[in-house]
Each structure stands twice: as C-alpha cells, then as structure tokens.
Design a protein around this ligand. Structure first.
Ligand code: IPD
Ligand code: CA
Ligand code: CA
Length: 277
C-alpha cells in the first residue's frame, strides 16, 4: 500500500500514498453513510422485508449504501465492492471494500440507537482497515492492521478479565432457524444456566467494537455475513483480542461462525460453545 495516488475532496486535489488514500476515503465514506443514518433516524421511511418478515431493509440502508459507494467510486472507480444490499460490484481489483450500510437495521427501524455503518478494506486477502461508525451515539471506531484500534481517536483495548464465570458476554441470533451444529439456543442456555450474563444488542459490528473497547469480554454468533464482521473483527484483533471460528481456527469473514474475546477467556468460551465443559 505505498504507491502514490490522487485524492479529491470537493475542488481540492491531493497527491498522497495509497495507504493514506484508502484511509481518507474510508473515513469520508463512513461519514457519508453515518450522515444518512442521522438524517433518517427516528423519522418515517419505507421499510421492507428481505429473506424473512423480520429481515428488514429500509430506504436509509439503500441511501447510506449509495452515499458510501459514491465516495469510494470518486477515488477508486475499479475497486472490488461487496455490499449487503448491492451485492458484488467490480471484481477485478484485489482491494475489496466490504460494506454494511446499516448494521442493526431492526434497531434502526424501531428508533433504537444501536446501529452503525461498517466498512472493512481488504488488500490482497488481508483486512487492512476497518471503521464502525454509530453516528447516533457519536462513536467512531477505527482500526488499522498493525497500528491498533481507536474510539473517537483514542486508543482502545480489550478487557483483562480471565474468569469466564465473571465475564460479560454478547451474542446474536440468525433470522432463519435451521438445524446447525452448536444450536444457538442450546449454547445460549449453557451460559444462562451457568449464571453468565449474555446480552443481545442486535448489531454484530457494534458487538465486536464493544469487545474491542472492553465493555464486553466476549462475543459469539453462529451465522454472520462478511459485511457484518469485516471491520469489527479487525477492531478486536487490533485492540489486543482474539478472533476465531468455533473450532479455534484463525477467523475468516467468509465463513459464518465467530468467537471474539479478550483472549484470556477464549479457550473456556470455545469449550462452552462446543459443549465440552
Ligand atoms: C444483523 C445484525 C445482528 C445479527 C444478524 C445480522 P443487519 O445485521 O448484525 O446483530 O444478529 O445476524 O444479520 O441485518 O442489521 O445488517
Ligand atoms: Ca449486518
Ligand atoms: Ca445491514
């Protein structure tokens, strides 16, 4: 990420290195999406269902996505884009923008302020940059590979708790129920029966960021898409945490299962999820 390029902001033109260009474009795109969320939040707008009656998309999801993609396209007209509502666009480039224009759409549609723009930037198969921006709560999370993670420009770190029984966890549930290994209700039941507090916020991107900044000690979910986790998993890693699938393998956002923790409770959580405890 070192060759120079041209960044345009309005009538201004800057020659900066590619890494800086990606970063500047990412920040600008996230702000553009966040502004759309603010404009629509708590107002009235069109809501429709997708794969099931409660899997929603609103006019704001589409407007946020349009705004984000317009910013990216201004500087990088040929980059690969994978975005929740638009799907895959322009596949030639090895730089991928992975976009969730609103993560936490059901919250957003009901005026609950736990919703965010989530954008990850992957270069040659490595997640290099991530932003999760909740404009309603004024929380802007940013991570850069090897450089740490920040919340509103201040460094963040995962928690230090090392006892699963004293941990504070968060999870999410799929819109579609089907037989799957580690049935989500069975796993949830194990934690509840053990007296471990588990929350369900309704935004995987925010769940991950709240692990990254130490509010939660761990997060797991059975069935995510790449746009839900691309930015958030980098946030947890860069804040000093650990992210794997349910077998403890290094995490890939292109498979559905995620366990993200402060690292200290990771093995214990893996055992609980797999019914080995
Ligand atoms: C959803 C949220 C939710 C998670 C679902 C996701 P959406 O994304 O991240 O927390 O449990 O699996 O689909 O629909 O709000 O973008
Ligand atoms: Ca999502
Ligand atoms: Ca979404």
């Amino acid at each position: 990420m070192t060759s120079p390029g041209e960044l345009r902001i309005g009538h201004l033109k800057f020659t900066i290195d590619l890494c800086d260009m990606l970063k500047a474009t990412l920040l600008k795109a996230a702000h553009a999406g966040g502004q759309v969320i603010l404009d629509y939040f708590d107002g009235s707008f069109e809501i429709s269902s997708k794969s099931s009656v409660n899997d929603l998309v609103t006019a704001a999801d589409k407007a946020s996505e349009t705004a984000i993609i317009a910013v990216i396209r201004e500087t990088f007209p040929d980059h690969y884009i994978l975005s929740e509502e638009a799907g895959v666009l322009d596949t030639a480039s090895t730089t991928r923008w992975i976009i969730d224009p609103i993560d936490g759409t059901v919250n957003f549609a009901n005026g609950v302020p736990i919703c965010a723009v989530s954008i990850g930037v992957e270069v040659n198969g490595v997640m290099e940059l991530g932003v999760v921006y909740n404009p309603v709560m004024k929380e802007f999370f940013f991570a850069e590979k090897g450089q740490g993670a920040t919340l509103n420009d201040k460094p963040i770190h995962v928690s230090v708790k090392d006892d699963l029984n004293r941990s504070f966890l968060v999870t999410g549930f799929p819109y579609h129920w089907e037989d799957m290994p580690n049935d989500p209700m069975v796993v949830f039941g194990r934690f509840i029966k053990a007296g471990v507090p588990v929350r369900r916020l309704g935004s995987a991107a925010i769940d991950l960021c709240w692990v990254a900044c130490g509010r939660f000690d761990g997060f797991y979910e059975h069935s995510l898409n790449a746009w839900d986790s691309a930015a958030g998993y980098l946030m947890v890693q860069e804040a000093g945490g650990q992210v794997t699938d349910f077998e403890g393998h290094p995490y890939s956002p292109y498979q559905p299962k995620i366990l993200a923790t402060n690292g200290k409770i990771h093995q214990a959580l893996l055992k609980m999820i797999n019914g080995e405890e």
